[in-house]
Design a protein around this ligand. Structure first.
Ligand SMILES: [Zn+2]
Length: 845
């Protein structure tokens, strides 16, 4: 085992006057000697210097989280299990077991994806967390039944990967001809096992049963036997196995799992690879193998894979003391919060490759911000806090948690977003399930664990990181304490904490003063408040104001974002934290082109969005919100399960019939971003125009804008809506990512179509198309060829033309044809070999 080490987290002592009741102390790093998941009877091993207080010890009865956690238990988990049954995910295990029993006539067709089994693992993990808080014998028994099916699908040597077991000769085409050889590409064998391990640990800790844990151990032992120093090499094409192995190590104490986790990280990089094995053809940056992990600085590639890997790096750094890995994680985080973080805390700007964009490339309508990436962000930020003891990681975690993560699930817990854009023209809606169904499962497993993010301990001191009404039972070396929080956070910044040690004794409580309450929306220059903060936060202990943790950390008792109160606490002592919550205006760094001349609104930790039902004419992209207009907040208990809304006056822009702009003074309202899209499809915007030029008024209705548009469907149905093609907005160029439609990831198709059905038969004679093409960034190109048809009776007939069917980039491709009076037009196109296709805009006259 690695050497026992001491991690010194020295809290800077600043000039705090020695008050009778409050002093600032430097917390000398104690030996790292606890486990993330407490295991009775096991010897202490090195781990994170800060220990989270488990979600099972924190009971919330607040307005924001408690209802969401309950809906997750009563709606999301049952519906996700149901989907796993309906879509054949459970059946995959049954079929694999049947093959192993030697049954004949088993359905050997491959699954939709070789990672379909992870969805079941994730929901079992979520159900286990839920069971550990709320006993439910029926759910417990159902999970037992699923685990029996999983165990029966495991091959005798521990291998578990249903598509290969079901049909070793012809598994899913991503699986590769043999075990592991396509792992660096997209076989997902290790990814599947990672989710199995996470589920197994959760189930074991929740129920004490070893059924799923034994399956996981058997599979992990196969990995240890196969891979590692002096054995075969490998690294996961889709990360998660690294952090999952660390969890399995904590529960079992088997150090070979930790060694393997570190090996999987150390081996990652640009080859060479053994013969017959290959990396992902999308390139090494796609799954963060462009450099050795300890050499990386920039977050790149597939965002979910990235944050899962960074989480694993933090775990391995914490447990092994690997300082190079620790430093790499901090560098990558700095890069991310400086240039690749959305205001909602989402990450992953680009749908192409589900990936990070370039620095400051943060488009709003096409923002990918996968729900899973937000979940991974919170895993990672929490781990960095546990490693570094700095509240800046909690600031980012809180931003993601309250905004870009909970936006992933509807208020009724039944539908989910895959991407979480910051602007919509009505093309986005949550769905019950997806072909690639990672996001619903991730929500089900994340929500029950939210109370575990509130508190942490280090030695005999406590960190209060998040605020929510409820009770925490916290074990400290000097004796257990209880902290009761009474607050309406996030709607109100008044937080009353009652501290209850068994008897009076001295210890320190570190109270986080959120960045947003200190003029710092993010710990970088990416976003800044533009208005006056007003009064700063205050803390009182038993009614006495203590030196204020005001806005300048250097001049206050604030260190690393915490206000430390080190005193003798008596049962019933009260801390009153007041975090004023005025409505704040935020602007982005000038380098973020998508947000230029735009403003966003935040109140407390909540980022706001204007949505169509609350603003005149069902439009918000046309709104101009001048900086001088006063905004107020008001609680609406009738709306969206009870939310604080922002109200004021704005200006609405519109086009008249002559194409001139009209300006109308009108009321304005914004709702918490996370609650948008619960009232049907329509416009939404987080970044609102500050000046007329930035607003996007809807064009005056034409034959096209009033038409109905449909396109050949995508196999995965990931919420792309062809309406963007006729939104009347002029594209800046072919790669403009504001509002387009494409068929990605369909490539090389010879037959895709778009149809325009007019409100009434119309005479048309010209068509102008602006193709979408993201050369240099993605896999979409102008089409190889296309043609235009019109509807005549039940037939589609080609238009009569002498024009050429243009495929120019960055230009309008005009086509004139013999006038026809028709109810509908249709484009048919053929993609270039190995590329997809798409349209920015289509005009018809
Ligand atoms: Zn996902």
């Amino acid at each position: 085992m690695t050497e026992q080490r001491k991690l010194r987290i020295v809290l800077v002592i600043v000039g705090l006057a020695a008050a009778a009741t409050v002093t600032q102390v430097a917390c000398e790093g104690a030996p790292i000697n606890f486990q993330l998941f407490a295991q009775g009877g096991q010897p202490a091993k090195p781990d994170y210097p800060i220990k989270p207080v488990a979600f099972t010890a924190v009971h919330l009865n607040d307005e924001f989280w408690a209802p969401r956690i309950e809906i997750n238990r009563t709606a999301s988990i049952p519906s996700a299990f149901e989907q796993c049954e309906l879509t054949g995910r459970v059946n995959l295990f049954e079929r694999a077991a049947a093959v192993l029993r030697g049954e004949k006539n088993v359905d050997t067709r491959p699954p939709g994806y070789p990672f379909d089994e992870t969805d079941l693992y994730k929901v079992i993990e979520g159900a286990s967390y839920s069971l550990s808080v709320t006993p439910d014998p029926k759910l417990d028994a159902y999970v037992d039944g699923l685990i029996a099916k999983i165990a029966a699908a495991q091959e005798p040597d521990g291998y578990i990967y249903t598509t290969r077991t079901i049909n070793p000769q012809a598994p899913h085409r991503w699986a590769g001809p043999d075990r592991w050889v396509f792992e660096r590409d997209d076989s997902h064998e290790l990814y599947d096992l990672g989710h199995l391990f996470e589920a197994a640990v959760a189930h074991h800790l929740a129920t004490g049963k070893r059924t799923l844990l034994n399956v996981a151990i058997k599979a992990a032992d196969l990995l240890v036997k196969t891979f590692g120093p002096g054995k075969r090499t490998i690294w996961p094409g889709h990360q998660i196995t690294e952090m999952a192995l660390v969890k399995l190590y904590r529960v079992t104490g088997k150090e070979e799992y930790l060694t393997l986790a570190k090996f999987l990280l150390d081996e990652r990089g640009p080859g060479p690879y053994p013969e017959g094995e290959r990396a992902n053809p999308r390139g090494l940056t796609y799954n963060q193998a462009q450099l050795k992990v300890i050499e990386q600085s920039e977050p790149v590639g597939h965002a979910v894979r990235a944050v899962y890997m960074y989480s694993g790096m933090a775990d391995v750094a914490a447990v092994t003391g690997d300082q190079a890995m620790r430093a790499a994680g901090k560098r990558i985080w700095d890069y991310l919060v400086t240039s690749k973080l959305y205001l909602t805390g989402g990450i992953g700007a680009s749908g192409s490759g589900e990936a990070f964009g370039q620095p400051f490339e943060l488009p709003n309508m096409t923002a990918y911000n996968e729900t899973c990436a937000s979940v991974g962000m919170d895993f990672w930020n929490h781990r960095l806090f546990l490693l570094e003891g700095d509240a800046k990681y909690i600031d980012v975690m809180e931003r993601t948690l309250f905004n870009g993560l909970v936006s992933g699930v509807s208020l009724d817990g039944k539908t989910f977003f895959y991407p979480n854009p910051l602007e919509s023209n009505g093309q986005h809606a949550r769905q019950e399930w997806f072909g690639v169904a990672c996001c619903p499962g991730n929500i089900t497993r994340f929500m029950p664990s939210v109370p575990g993010y509130l508190y942490a301990t280090k030695g005999d001191s406590v960190y209060v990181n998040l605020f929510a009404k409820g009770t925490a039972n916290i074990d400290l070396p000097g004796g257990a304490i209880t902290i009761d929080q009474d607050t309406r956070y996030p709607w109100d910044g008044a937080i009353k904490m009652t501290v209850k040690p068994k008897q009076a004794r001295r210890f320190a409580i570190n109270v986080r003063i959120p960045g947003w309450a200190r003029m710092e929306p993010v710990p970088s220059a990416l976003y800044r408040f533009i208005d006056n903060a007003g009064a700063g936060p205050t803390i009182k202990v038993n009614g006495d104001l203590v030196p204020s943790p005001t806005l300048s950390p250097a001049a206050s008792g604030l260190a690393r974002g915490y206000f430390t109160i080190d005193r003798t606490w008596s049962p019933g002592d009260i801390i009153q934290l007041d975090l004023p919550m005025p409505v704040r205006r935020i602007v982005a760094n000038d380098k973020v082109i998508a947000d230029s001349n735009r403003v966003a609104l935040q109140r407390g930790p909540i980022v706001y969005a204007a949505e169509w039902p609350d603003n005149p004419n069902g439009k918000v992209r046309n709104i101009v919100l001048p900086d001088s207009n006063t905004l107020t907040a008001e609680f609406r208990k009738d709306l969206l399960n009870g939310v604080e809304v922002i109200k004021g006056r704005a200006v609405g822009l519109a086009f008249d019939a002559k194409g001139a702009i009209t300006r109308t003074e009108q009321p304005f309202m914004a709702i918490p971003y996370a609650t948008w899209a619960n009232r049907g499809r329509g416009q939404m915007a987080v970044w609102l125009a500050r000046v007329d030029a930035a607003a996007k008024p809807t064009p005056f209705p034409t034959v096209v804008t009033t038409a109905e548009i449909t396109a050949s469907p995508l196999p995965n149905g990931r919420g792309k809506n062809p309406r963007n093609i006729i939104d009347g907005e002029e594209p800046a160029n072919s790669s403009d990512s504001t509002a387009y439609f494409d068929w990605w990831p369909v490539q090389g198709s010879k037959m895709e179509w778009v149809e325009l059905k007019f409100a009434k038969p119309s005479m048309v004679s010209t068509s102008e198309i602006y193709w979408f093409d993201d050369t240099g960034r993605g896999g979409v190109r102008v089409p190889a060829s296309w043609r235009l048809l019109y509807k005549s009776g039940n037939q589609w007939l080609p238009v009569e033309t002498t024009s050429t069917f243009g495929t120019a980039r960055n230009a309008w491709n005009a086509l004139t044809f013999k006038p026809v009076t028709t109810p509908a037009l249709r484009i048919e196109l053929s993609m270039q070999q190995s590329f997809s296709a798409g349209l920015q805009e289509w005009k018809v006259k």
